[in-house]
Design a protein around this ligand. Structure first.
Ligand code: PEP
Length: 252
């Protein structure tokens, strides 16, 4: 079984001051966790404050995006070199809000992912269908396209892929276990076809309205290697409870 990875995505929530306070609370709540890789991706402006709070702990930190060029005229973008200097471990790439609110194309995402992977940071490639696409039975077609195009410029698969159905993100409506397992299996098959035995090293996370109350059936599944958690990662007790329940079920 692959080691669990549970990563919080704070989106555009927190300022440096509140991010540091929350990170310190998380550090305390999660200090005894050894059976999962833990991470937090705060807004970019809060990364230094979070790094200060988490340095030397069992929680890593990361960013929510990164640009493919080393530096240059790219107003508003995040440089991989800067993220490395801030001690980041993870970079989320292709989050549904980047794709659907900010119009990032599969090719932009592929370039971001390749640059992050080449740097040694760990990209978390997010893929997932919209509600209408699911209703039209196009989930696999969308996942296949996002994977094929998103991984076009890498020789090895990324360490982490998050299956995040768009309709489940921030809606309180977690996907059914059968849908998650089916999607994760499909993603693994596609990775196997492209990368052979390296595919088994990839951790496939689920994201979309994960909470302490709905993590347990997923954590029992062989297809579930962890979670990308938005809302529930903004409260230290709730994130800690979600992690504790996932580990408990995993060891069942
Ligand atoms: C996310 O931001 O990737 C996410 C899954 O959010 P939430 O847990 O709030 O649905």
């Amino acid at each position: 079984m692959r080691r669990l990875a549970i990563i919080g995505n704070w989106k555009m929530h927190t300022t440096p001051t509140s991010a540091k306070a929350l990170a310190l609370q998380l550090r305390e709540h999660l200090k005894d966790v050894t059976q999962a890789d833990l991470g937090i991706c705060p807004p970019a402006l809060s990364i230094p404050a979070v790094a200060e709070a988490l340095r030397g702990s069992n929680i890593s930190w990361g960013a929510q995006n990164a640009h493919w060029e080393r530096d240059g005229a790219f107003t508003g973008e995040l440089s991989v070199d800067a993220l490395q200097e801030l001690g980041c471990t993870y970079v989320i790439v292709g989050h549904s809000e980047r794709r659907h609110v900010f119009g990032e194309s599969d090719d932009m995402i592929a370039k971001r992912l390749a640059r992050v992977a080449e740097s040694g940071l760990l990209p978390i490639l997010c893929v997932g269908e919209k509600e209408a696409e699911r209703q039209e039975s196009r989930t696999e077609e969308v996942l296949e396209r996002q994977l094929t195009k998103g991984l076009a410029y890498v020789e090895k698969p990324p360490g982490l892929i998050a299956y995040e159905p768009v309709w489940a993100i921030g809606t309180g409506k977690r996907a059914e276990i059968s849908d998650v397992e089916e999607a994760h299996r499909f993603i693994r098959e596609k990775l196997q076809a492209r990368f052979g035995s390296h595919a088994s090293e990839v951790r496939i996370l689920y994201g979309g309205s994960l909470k302490p109350e709905n993590i347990e059936d997923l954590a029992l599944s062989q297809e579930f290697d962890g979670g990308l958690v938005g809302g529930a990662s903004l409260s230290a007790p709730s994130f800690a409870e979600l992690i504790a329940r996932a580990i408990k079920r995993r060891n069942h």
